[in-house]
Write a protein that binds this ligand. Sequence first.
Ligand SMILES: O=C(CO)COP(=O)(O)O
Length: 245
Amino acid sequence: MAQKSPKPLVAGNWKMNGTTAALKEARLLAGMLEDVRLRCEVMICPPATLITSIKSVVKGAKIKLGGQDCHWYAHGAHTGDISSEMLKDAGCSAVIVGHSERRADHGETDETVRLKAEAAYRADLTAIICIGETLEERKAGRTLEVIARQLKGSLPMNAVPTNTVVAYEPVWAIGTGLTPTVEQVAEVHASIRAKTDPALRILYGGSVKPANAVELMSVANVNGALVGGASLKAADFIGIIKAYT
Ligand SMILES: O=C(CO)COP(=O)(O)O
């Protein structure tokens, strides 16, 4: 029997953007979602300072909340860090781990990303695990090798829990307006699918916009999007979500 494909997820990663003024975008999005028949889950991953206020603003709307990072310990002397338990307590159902910006700026390795994913499961959160090659790696023809190495190192060593999402984000496509061709996306997603459970969602991220969402989301084994810049304005984000209506 053919395997049913997992329900898509469109998640907005606000990164380090948004003060209380941005609550109006969450409110607007909640209103817009009332008028669409959704075939995907919708999530906002705001800065931690906004999680609880967005939670109350979108009350009743089908918008999930996610964190952008977590520590692997539950609590302790780790100034500036947030644990998965704290994100859960604030109302999150997921957390992004291993985003390339954190791998580059905070020295995260596959090993620390895996520890963070395990911390997410410990708190009953979905772990959205990011992987992706740099431009140099793509140009050197090493994309699939890099993806395989990151997958092996960043996902849990034994059984991978079903509340795992893999996000393929080519580093060179993030915030640049550049996207891989549909053939390139298909090739990488097929390689990830071959190494993961068919029930796991594999998101594409990197310069997803309303104008390219339908094309990218139609690629085989693409089960949603992780959206940066275009998730900040409800009018843009809904244009991407509507790829699934
Ligand atoms: O990094 C991303 C999402 O995590 C993608 O960012 P952009 O959509 O701004 O390219």
